[in-house]
Structure formats: C-alpha cells, structure tokens
Design a protein around this ligand. Structure first.
Ligand code: NAP
Length: 464
C-alpha cells in the first residue's frame, strides 16, 4: 500500500511519500532509546506542562487539522473538528490525573508485617519505547488515546500510522515537538506494514499497541509474543444494538441512525447489528429506515454533510461484497444497498443501507460491516436478543434500550463485550476504560487501566 494522501471524495492523489529508508529507521530507534533514558526521570509536573501545551496547540490548530483529516479519509468536517477537540480534552485529562493514577500504592499493614518488611510499596515505572500501529478511521484520536497516557507515564512513542493518513501522522509528531517534548519522545515513522516486524523485534522497543483489523492484530500479537513483549490490541467490532418494548422507540431509532453512520459507518464501536423486540419492531424499523434515508450524503467538506465517502476504494468493495452476498442468499434491502447515483463516477460513496432477513450463516452476520450498512433482526425476548448479540466473533461494545432494571442487569451480566451502554450509544471518554473481549482484542485504553498497561509495576520491599 503506497504511503499517500488520496482524497476519497474524488479519488485524486494529492501527495505520495517515500517510506523511510532502513538507516533512518535505525537513527530514530536509537534516538527514541536515548531520549527514554532521560525522559523517564522527568516529573509528572513537567510532563503535564508539556501535554497541556500540546492540547492548547491542538485547539488552536483545530480547523486546519480537521481539513487535513477530512481530505485524507473523508470524515465530515464537523466530525473532524469534534475529534480534534476530544483529543485536546483527553490530553488535559491525563495531564491532570496521571500523577494520581500512577501514585505509589501501599499494601495493608498486616500484609507488610506478614512479609517481614519494614515497608512495601508498589511503584508504576515506564516500560520504555512503545510502538503504536494505528488505523486511519479516527486518525488523531486513536493516536492521542495511546500517546497521552504513554507520555505521561514516562514512556516514549514511535507511531506507525495507516499509510493513507501520512499528513495527520506527520502533524502529530510536529505537535508534540512544538509543545516542547524532547526530540525523540514522539516520532512518526512513515513506513509500510511490512517494516513493523523488524521494528517490533528490535531490542530497544519494549512493547506495542495496535488498533486495527483482526489480521493485523494477529500478526503483531504473534511477533510480540515471540519476543515476549507486552501488547494491547484494539481490533474490530460488530456491536449489537438491542431495543426492548419498554424503550423510548423514537429516541432509540433516532440514535440508531447516528450510532450506525458516525464516521461514515467506519467506527469499531459503531452499532452494526440492530436486534429489535417483535412488539416494537415495526415502529422501530419504520423510523430507523426513514432516518437512514434522510441522511445527507455528500462532499465531506460541506458543513451540512452527514455521511461522506468510505476511506478507500477497497473498503467500499469489501462492503459491497458483504451486501451482495447477503442479498444473493435471500436478505432484503429496506433502503440503500448501492452507490448513490450522484457519486457513481467519482469518490467511494455508499448509500446508508438497512438490510433484513439475515440468516446466521451469511457473511454479513459474521463479519464486520465497515461502512453505513445496518443489519436488522427481530426477536421475541431478551434471552433470544442476548444469544443473537453474542453470536459473533467480536466483543467490543454493546447497546441496549430498555427501562426495565432487571433487563439492564441481565444484559450487563450476560453480554460478551467490553462495554455496555444503556439507552444511549457507545462513546469513549478519557475517564472510562475502553477495549474488547473475544476477537475484538485485549488490554484496555483510557482511564487508569490504559495508563497502567505500559508500566512496569514494581514491588519495592524494604527489610526491617
Ligand atoms: P488495518 O488494515 O488493520 O490497519 C491498521 C494499521 O495496521 C495500519 O497502520 C496498517 O498499516 C497496519 N497493518 C496492517 N496489516 C499489518 C500487518 N500485517 N502487520 C503490521 N501492521 C499492519 O485496519 P484499518 O483498515 O486501518 O482499520 C479498520 C479496522 O480497525 C477495523 O476492523 C476497525 O474495527 C478497527 N478499529 C478498532 C478500534 C478499537 O478500538 N477496537 C478502533 C478503530 C478501528 P498500513 O496502512 O500500512 O496497511
């Protein structure tokens, strides 16, 4: 895959970048290791000052970097601005909370005494150089939610970003440099995915985090495991969205439209499978389909656009194949299911689509639909809904709409996912842990859990 900015709204290649040669990768690895030696001894106060400065710069750059993101991967401009604002917020959150999240822990006095020590404390120390392999769909946010905690913990970062967002990747390196972080604290490596193995196996790299598809996660996880290096994997999702009879059906249908089509449908935590109780199925379906039909599809630079193009031609082909396969096997398209006529020739657009009469052997039931395509199922009770919701290899997040507290409790107990969102859609927040179960990956980002993933948790035992 070339490292290039190609506008998905019209297919125009804007700029192609050369991959870094081996000697430059070596120079940057050496710089990262050298920087870590001193950066690890800085105080939380110093790191927080730098991260606050980065947040301020990002706020000032918001419009410009939003345009870059929209040009590189097609998200509506309004959403790109919101993403930049969310990143600044997460930076500030970690700048304010890291010292407390990583403060020394003191085991209970009877346990200290029982161990024969005069004192014991547990200390969170940084691991070292962390490699981040990141996807294009939230090109700022995915990186910041790794970088902010990693830098606050005293680690240094190497970013291998997706090949279609090189300008956003270079912007991030520049942002941290301008904020005052020492040279080498955060470096962008413009390299293809084949270079990842060599970098990850390098003895100066301590750990890796990957957000992306399952095949990429499997590959990076296997290499890291072979090297006995820590990893966090944030992979795909096929989140269920369950609607029960006690729900506010109109609200559930309205939010469902956003939950499915946010980021042009290319979000790991987008609701993808809509599982609706038979008592409210007809009403929900009517409102949901009409909401999906009413969305404004178009140029993502247009302030009124709600759904832009898919980020790549291949991404649209993959989505079309899933829909076509389902239709050939008997599924029914309620709306969409094709390219919009106005964009038949230019750009990688696809109409917001709702498809029903899904059977459990169809590819669309088992695979992730990474675009504005919703699958719709009718069920007769919560047990059936949960069984269907769990009938997927993925387990990232989940949504349920109900005002029955017993149902909420059972759903939260039985669903196989890393998140449960009740009467709302899944959205990440710096203060809450984020991550998946099953093939959606392992480890957590954000909150205390995220910042501790890349720490050497050290027991300091002092004899009497
Ligand atoms: P992708 O193709 O897996 O790419 C992600 C990153 O991995 C890119 O930097 C890519 O580099 C690199 N990569 C791909 N194959 C690799 C390999 N074999 N070894 C090492 N690196 C490799 O995924 P994507 O299409 O960019 O992103 C979409 C996927 O990410 C979806 O499945 C989505 O659900 C998932 N996602 C998950 C989360 C989460 O938090 N769980 C969040 C966002 C997205 P190149 O670009 O150079 O190929």
């Amino acid at each position: 895959m070339p490292i290039a900015t190609v506008n998905p709204a019209n297919g125009e290649t804007i700029r192609v970048y050369d991959a870094l040669p081996d000697d430059e990768i070596e120079r940057r690895l050496a710089l990262a290791a050298e920087t870590f030696r001193t950066y690890r001894t800085t105080t939380f106060f110093e790191r927080a000052r730098l991260l606050q400065a980065a947040a301020d710069l990002l706020d000032a750059d918001r419009d410009d970097i939003a345009r870059v993101m929209t040009t590189e991967m097609g998200k509506p401009l309004m959403a790109a601005r919101a993403e930049a604002a969310k990143c600044a917020k997460a930076m500030r959150w970690y700048a304010e909370h890291a010292a407390e999240l990583l403060s020394d822990e003191h085991p209970a006095a009877p346990d200290v005494e029982d161990s024969g020590a005069a004192s014991v404390h547990v200390r969170y120390r940084p691991l070292g150089v962390v490699l981040a392999v990141m996807p294009w769909n939230f090109p700022l946010w995915q990186v910041v939610r790794f970088a902010a905690p990693a830098l606050m913990a005293g680690n240094v970062g190497l970013l291998k970003h997706a090949s279609n967002v090189p300008q956003t990747a270079l912007y991030l390196e520049d942002l941290f440099r301008r904020a005052g972080f020492p040279e080498g604290c955060f470096q962008t490596l413009l390299v293809g995915s084949r270079a990842v193995e060599g970098i990850l196996r390098d003895r100066r790299v301590a750990a890796a985090t990957l957000t992306g598809s399952e095949p990429a996660g499997r590959s990076v996880g296997a290499i890291a495991s072979d090297e006995v290096k820590k990893t966090v994997l944030e992979l795909g999702g096929s989140d269920p969205y369950v609607v029960m009879p006690s729900a506010d059906v109109a609200k559930a249908a309205q939010v469902a439209v956003t939950a499915r089509t946010q980021n042009n449908g290319q979000s790991c935590i987008a609701a993808k499978r809509f599982i609706v109780h038979t008592d409210v199925y007809d009403e929900f379906t009517r409102l949901f389909v009409s909401g999906m039909r009413d969305l404004k599809v178009g140029d993502p630079m247009d302030e009124n656009t709600q759904v832009g193009p898919l980020a790549s031609e291949q991404g649209r082909t993959d989505l079309e194949e899933l829909v076509d396969d389902a239709v050939e096997s008997g599924a029914t398209v309620l709306c969409g299911g094709r390219r919009p006529e106005a964009y038949a020739k230019a750009g990688w657009f696809y109409e917001p689509t709702v498809i029903t009469d899904i059977t459990q052997d169809m590819r669309i039931h088992l695979e992730e639909t990474f675009g504005p395509v919703a699958t719709l199922y009718r069920v007769s009770d919560l047990d059936e809904a949960v069984a269907l919701a769990n009938d997927t290899p993925f387990g990232l997040s989940s949504n349920v709409w109900t005002h029955d507290t017993a149902e909420i409790d059972r759903f939260a107990r039985d669903i196989e996912a890393g998140g449960v969102y009740v009467n709302g859609m899944t959205a990440s927040h710096p203060a809450f842990p984020f991550g998946g179960a099953k093939r959606s990956g392992y480890g957590r980002e954000l909150a205390a859990h995220g910042i501790r993933e890349f720490c050497n948790i050290t027991t300091v035992w002092v004899g009497a």
